[in-house]
Design a binder for this molecule. Structure first.
Ligand code: SF4
Length: 369
């Protein structure tokens, strides 16, 4: 049996495209394409060598648009063909309005043990502006149903969100979003700033809205960090906050340079010391599903990562986390200066960033690699 890996399975379908979204996903799909896609994913899983699997992540897109039967069939294939750790973390991403009450029960019975729910904001106007398919109450209802069957739930929120020019800027919607989630004692919260990507409807209509400037964006991030810290959340990675015991086990595989195999169009992998991906093309993925392991990706063209590149990755990814990174002597002098300037702390030879440091992590990383 091969070394241990994590699996990421991509589901590139959504009910409709959100106005800010540049991920590879399409807003179409019917039973026929979902069946074909499910069969293709199953073939790809069957082509994998047997590994010890530590974590499995069903992400998207919106995996739950495929319906619970198809998702369960895929998970069953993973269980049958791989050596899944007994306590493997098995996460499913879901959006309100794509899952019904009893679905959570069925998914939990099938072996999923963690949910990642999209929320983004508790403010109705903002949800409409973002083009989300649900309102705040739909989310709260969905969360309550989910929580009857899942205790390990993560919720995504966004900050630096656009707002109606005529109403002016206020931090109140963000404050209310956090108040609601912490009152519900949501075990894990991921907070991402909105990136205005070219080619999205939001980008095309950007002149219709106002966007928080850099200072406000920084204030919002600082506000999130201190609010969640006061509520007992640990800030264990730039964007990730958890109540004790609810840290994600899948994402740290990425940050610690563990091996993972991505299945599906646009899915990335890190395997055999190479980073590679599959073309962002659903038809290509389905047509090539019978090919041998990795033959539907650009694995053969990916170069092995050199020791120098590996060291840069270790520092870059490690600094995303509150565990920080072990540094060599010549870099400790820089780390010491960064600590004195209030961006992090140095314990022995391990340097980690704090909330202030996370905000400028790109610049800090440039200094240290
Ligand atoms: S649900 Fe997620 S992946 Fe789908 S369009 Fe919206 S942001 Fe993009």
């Amino acid at each position: 049996m091969k070394d241990s890996v994590s699996l990421y399975i991509h589901f590139p379908f959504c009910v409709r495209k959100c106005n800010y979204c540049s991920f590879y996903s399409v807003a179409y799909g019917d039973g026929e394409i979902f069946d074909k896609y499910t069969n293709a994913v199953i073939k790809r899983i069957n082509s994998l060598p047997r590994h010890q699997v530590r974590t499995v992540y069903f992400g998207g897109g919106t995996p739950t648009v495929l319906g619970v039967e198809r998702l369960n069939e895929i998970l069953e294939t993973v269980v049958k063909t791989q050596s899944l750790d007994q306590n493997a973390e098995i996460t499913l991403e879901a959006n309100p309005k794509t899952v019904k009450g009893n679905d959570f029960n069925i998914l939990r019975d099938a072996g999923f043990n963690r949910l990642s729910l999209g929320f983004q904001s508790g403010d109705e106007d903002t949800l409409k502006l973002l083009g989300r398919i649900y309102g705040a109450n739909d989310f709260y209802k969905c969360y309550d149903e989910a929580y009857k069957h899942f205790t390990n739930i993560s919720v995504d929120i966004m900050f630096a969100l656009p707002y109606d020019k005529s109403k002016g800027y206020s931090i109140k919607p963000l404050c209310e979003t956090l108040e609601a989630l912490t009152a519900m004692k949501v075990p894990h919260i991921s907070a991402y700033s909105l990136i205005l990507e070219e080619g999205t409807p939001l980008y095309r209509n950007k002149s219709s809205y106002a966007f928080p400037d850099e200072n406000r964006e920084e204030d919002e991030y600082t506000f999130i960090c201190s609010y969640l810290s006061d509520e007992g959340y640990q800030h264990y990675e730039i964007s990730s906050f958890s109540l004790p015991g609810f840290e994600s086990r899948h994402n740290p595989i990425y940050w610690k340079r563990g091996s993972y195999i991505g299945i599906g169009p646009a899915a990335h992998s890190y395997y055999n010391n190479r980073r590679f991906s599959a073309p962002p093309d659903i038809d290509y993925f389905i047509k090539n599903a019978d090919r041998p392991f990795l033959a539907d990706t650009d694995y053969d063209f990916a170069k092995e990562i050199t020791p120098d590149e590996a060291e840069k990755e270790r520092i870059m990814l490690g600094l995303r986390t509150s565990d920080g990174v072990l540094l060599e002597r010549e870099k400790l002098i820089i780390a010491e200066k960064l600590s004195e300037a209030g961006f992090g702390s140095l314990k022995g030879n391990v340097f980690s960033l704090n909330d202030k440091g996370f905000r400028v992590s790109n610049s800090v990383i440039t200094l240290l690699i």
